[in-house]
Ligand binder design. Structure first.
Ligand code: GLN
Length: 521
């Protein structure tokens, strides 16, 4: 029988419940436990693939091609696990399945209701995942905030499970905000008290309270939360602002978080420590090994390139330092923009905004031998740049100019007839056979990386591009599609149709990012 840890949130969203789940899981992993992280989201989108990343944060792609939100990035990066699309529940997905079941007549004439039918569906889903993965611990993060209409039925499912299972098999962590009020110079506990009260009204009692705050919680504040919210004082945990997300497991370790959970759930002793993890975290305090321009389109408060930034961090700590990443908006690009940078990344993207600036940035790097890594759209635009400036073609991708006489990047055949938007791109893990520099970098001929795109390098232009010096150094074995390109005489000019940032972990950096950063250094 697996043990269940539920993670809820109060007061407001964006408190980093995903990081709390990932950090607690990281600590429990030291006890050799098989952990499955599951996330339940309240929104009605079937998956976040159709949401604007500049509002909702990056869309993360799993091995199996499921589009999920950034929290899965944290789980995979912290735990070095390969998540399955089944580990993400959304209200959209649940309602779709329940309605399909109703249409098939599987409810046998019953009135289909939130309780018990929707809640049973959630519980079945959770139990099935636990069974299929042979998990010893399932950690279930309930998205949103207690009191939201859209996550109520998840909380009701949790209440039922807590009721059905013995106390020694479930644990509830409630994450709240403990704001600092400058006028009185104090951390305030009232929002936490209110959100715990709200949780209680739903029949749920927290076993641990994690207080998000600017600084560590004052002792008197922990005492107060303990008293008013009825959890032991040792189970009131500080979650202060940190220099890096990777420090959170260390902060939780200092507060004995996993001992408290382990004692209640009867888990075995730790088999390993956090020594190497700690060393890597400390590297992030050291000087930057390189200064990187991340050339994208930006809004304020932007998480749309989170995985790329993390992949660079993973590579930096492997090289013994940190990395300085600057967001460079290509909408107002001039060549001076890139002066002083050691390397440039052209990330994935969609549409026409900022494209010409990205192409100018590629030209600048190519001509000045500045290391550059092109991700997905980045590879496509590298191809356009070379076709324009080396071959003199009127080149473009069909995506931003359907009129151009030389569509060197075009929509894939398999995408032509696709009308629905959700989950219809070329998604998930695909193989590539490598040669040249990328084969050296990966140290293998056949690799696989995750994808999310509709367009490809137009095979009709490959010969001309190769004559211009571009090497197509990776191809998909089934379709022959260009997966990697490089310029052999350049210090590092590599493009990939894939998103290698999705497979990079804190303890296990992706080789392509690592070599890119090494070249930048
Ligand atoms: N917009 C491009 C395509 O669909 C690139 C997508 C991406 O960068 N993820 O092919």
């Amino acid at each position: 029988m697996p043990k269940w840890i539920f993670v809820t949130g109060g007061v407001l969203s964006g408190l980093g419940k995903g990081l709390v789940s990932a950090s607690v899981s990281k600590l429990l992993q030291l006890r050799d436990q098989e952990i499955v992280p599951i996330k339940c989201d309240g929104y009605l989108n079937v998956d976040p693939g159709t949401m604007n990343p500049h509002e909702h944060g990056e869309v993360f792609v799993l091995e199996d091609g499921t589009e999920v939100d950034m929290d899965f990035g944290h789980y995979e990066r912290f735990l070095d696990v390969e998540a399955s699309g089944d580990w993400n529940l959304t209200s959209g997905k649940i309602f779709q399945e329940v309605i399909e079941k109703e249409r098939r007549g599987e409810y046998l004439g019953k009135t289909v209701q939130m309780v018990p039918h929707v809640t049973d569906h959630i519980k079945d889903h959770l139990h099935r995942n636990a069974d299929e993965n042979g998990s010893e611990i399932v950690i279930v993060e309930i998205g949103g905030t207690v009191g939201d209409m859209e996550n109520q039925f998840y909380l009701e499912a949790v209440r039922q499970m807590r009721n059905e299972l013995p106390d020694s098999e479930t644990f509830l962590i409630h994450t709240t905000l403990v704001p600092y009020l400058e006028t009185v110079g104090e951390q305030k506990t009232k929002p936490t008290q209110h959100s715990v009260k709200e949780l209680r009204e739903l029949g749920l009692e927290p076993d641990m309270i994690v207080g998000r705050s600017e600084e560590e919680l004052d002792e008197s504040v922990s005492e107060k939360i303990s008293l008013f919210c009825d959890v032991p004082e040792a189970s009131v945990i500080s979650d202060p602002n940190l220099d890096t997300i990777y420090r959170l497991p260390l902060i939780f370790d200092e507060q004995g978080v996993d001992d408290i959970v382990a004692e209640r759930l009867g888990l075995p002793e730790r088999k390993r420590g956090l020594g190497e993890w700690r060393e890597k975290v400390e590297n992030l305090q050291k000087d930057a090994v390189a200064r990187i321009a991340l050339c994208g389109k930006y809004t304020d408060m932007d998480d749309s390139y989170a995985s790329i930034e993390e992949a660079l961090n993973h590579s930096a700590v492997e090289l013994g330092g940190s990395v300085q990443i600057e967001q460079v908006d290509t909408e107002d690009f001039t060549p001076e923009t890139l002066e002083g940078f050691d390397g440039v990344i052209i990330p994935g993207g969609f549409g026409s905004r900022g494209v010409e600036g990205k192409i100018d940035a590629i030209k600048y790097c190519r001509e000045n031998d500045v290391p550059i890594l092109g991700i997905c759209y980045g590879l496509q635009l590298m191809t356009v740049e070379i076709a324009r400036n080396e071959l003199g073609l009127d080149a473009a991708s069909e995506e931003f100019d359907e009129e151009a006489s030389d569509p060197v990047v075009k929509e894939m055949k398999s995408q032509k007839d696709v009308e629905a938007m959700g989950g219809t791109m070329r998604l998930g893990s695909y193989e590539a056979d490598l040669k040249g520099q990328v084969k050296e970098i990966y140290g293998r001929e056949r690799i696989s990386e995750r994808h999310r795109h509709r367009f490809e390098v137009n095979p009709e232009y490959e010969e001309q591009l190769q004559d211009a010096g571009l090497r197509i150094s990776g191809r998909n074995p089934e379709l022959g599609l260009a997966e990697f390109i490089e310029l052999p005489h350049h210090s590092f000019f590599v493009g990939t149709q894939a998103h290698p940032e999705f497979t990079s972990g804190f303890e296990n950096p992706n080789p392509l990012y690592l070599e890119f950063l090494r070249s930048c250094r």
